[in-house]
Design a protein around this ligand. Structure first.
Ligand SMILES: *Cc1c(COP(=O)(O)O)cnc(C)c1O
Length: 460
């Protein structure tokens, strides 16, 4: 990757969307009304929105033009065939089911394969994947390497699966209780960290040896491929298309949120080469998503998705994208803010255990930081810590906390400039100056699954 100063964005801006910073008094009021949960803040009250990179990409002129080519037939839309052809070429999977978004694909996969008592192994399952596995009575098991939890350890592939632990799980529970292994590329939950080709190959070899299927959660497959090209020996001269194809060759199929690396605002897909699985999943798809060739999407959405999948494997795009994430990361490091290093694909993750060492996870320190960031500069980030991944044990009523306590600054694709990144860095630096006065939050309402989306808090 070239230094950020050596190149400019590989696009020019054709349409602008005005944004504005609400007054400090207004921000205080908004936050209070939102129950100190930034998911409840109207986006009009946000200046720079780094809540997520999901569905927030700017589409290209070519994608917008594709919307006009939507064939809105209920069955057999030409845009479906374009998408299918694209997935076949880029991923090498024959059977494609579009879904309304990634979780739709997760739902049909887990409904098809997971039964009560099963264990679904993976590096780190994303929250919606965890939710779907649990709702089918299964247990999501995270087997990421030790370095994947160590925010200060530099390792090129912190999304890798610990193959010793993988083998231990397989020996202990057997293939009967392990319906599949789910490799999330890149690994969202620990910082958008990539998985190496060597690890994918090894996990796939172990899985095949034991007759267990492997799926990818492919939301950010192109970002993962770019990291393989940058960091893994033997891939520097391969194209992103070649690297992606090799990655997918080790899997039996994938689920994908198209809201990430398909550069669209809505959509997802399930793909596989297994005809029997496709048939079964398709039945659930029809019930939950829609007919096999539209899956809850308009024809125009399928077209934008097909076009986006081709754009995302452009290396100059990926260099700029991942370069911007690295740029924000370096600005925060300059300000002395502890982040996960090296920075990953889609955002910068602040390590709140190191940032606010005086606060225990029981007072939701990362939640407190995102509130402070909004108050400071109208910047919206997301909590990935005690609120998102902690839960109340059904039997004991005890709080179970995740290992990591993070604030994620997710960067939408092709949306903000580096000057927006500078504003974010200055805001966090200002929060850091008064961090000793941050006391944490109290959870006053929680839903039984995916509680962070609707939870309400009060400041302590
Ligand atoms: C976003 C995401 C999902 C869920 O996809 P949606 O489109 O939001 O339903 C699943 N896995 C990963 C890794 C994701 O980032």
């Amino acid at each position: 990757m070239r230094a950020r100063s050596e190149y400019a964005e590989p696009y020019r801006i054709k349409v602008v969307e005005p944004i504005r910073l609400p007054s400090r008094a207004r921000r205080e009021e908004v936050l209070r009304e939102a129950g100190y949960n930034v998911f409840n803040i109207p986006s009009q009250e946000v200046y720079i929105d780094l809540l997520t990179d999901s569905g927030t990409s700017a589409m290209s002129d070519n994608q917008w033009a594709g919307l006009m080519m939507g064939d809105e037939a209920y069955a057999g839309s030409r845009n479906f065939f374009h998408l299918q052809e694209t997935v076949r070429e880029l991923f090498g999977f024959r059977y494609v089911l579009p879904t309304h978004q990634g979780r739709g694909a997760e739902n049909i996969l887990t409904t098809t394969l997971v039964k009560p008592g099963d264990r679904v192994l993976g590096n780190m399952h994303f929250d919606t994947t965890e939710g779907h596995i649990r709702l089918k009575g299964g247990e999501p098991v995270n087997l990421v390497i030790r370095e994947g939890y160590e925010t200060a350890t530099r390792h090129p592939f912190k999304g890798n699966i610990d193959t010793e632990r993988l083998l231990g799980e397989i020996r202990r529970y057997g293939r009967e209780r392990i319906p599949f292994i789910n490799i999330t590329v890149t690994c969202n939950s620990n910082g958008g960290q990539p998985v190496s080709m060597a690890n994918i190959r090894e996990v796939s070899r172990i899985a095949r040896e034991h007759g267990i299927r492997v799926f990818f959660d492919a939301a950010r497959f192109a970002e993962n491929a770019y990291f393989i090209k940058e960091r893994e020996e033997g891939y520097a001269h391969k194209t992103i298309a070649e690297i992606s194809r090799e990655m997918f060759s080790y899997a039996d199929g994938c689920t994908m949120s198209a809201k990430k690396d398909a550069l669209v605002n809505i959509g997802g897909l399930f793909a596989t080469n297994d005809e029997d699985l496709y048939r079964k999943a398709g039945q659930w798809g029809i019930v939950y998503e829609g007919f096999l060739t539209y899956g809850g999407l308009a024809g125009r959405d399928l077209e934008a998705m097909a076009r986006g999948l081709r754009e995302v494997i452009d290396e100059t795009y990926l260099e700029d994208r991942i370069g911007q994430v690295a740029y924000l990361g370096s600005r925060l490091i300059e300000e002395g803010i502890p982040i996960i290093e090296p920075t990953g694909g889609h955002g910068v993750y602040v390590d709140v255990k190191r940032f606010l060492p005086h606060l225990p996870q029981s007072v939701f320190p990362a939640q407190a930081v995102i509130c402070e960031l909004y108050l400071e500069a109208g910047v919206r980030a997301v909590e990935l810590g005690a609120a998102a991944f902690g839960r109340t044990d059904e039997k004991t009523g005890e709080q179970i906390f995740p290992k990591l306590e993070l604030v994620r600054l997710a960067i939408p694709r092709r949306v903000y400039t580096d000057r927006h990144m500078d504003v974010v860095a200055r805001a966090l630096a200002a929060v850091a100056k008064r961090k000793d006065r941050i006391r944490g939050m109290k959870l006053v309402y929680e839903a039984p699954v995916l509680r962070h989306f609707t939870a309400r808090f009060e400041p302590l």
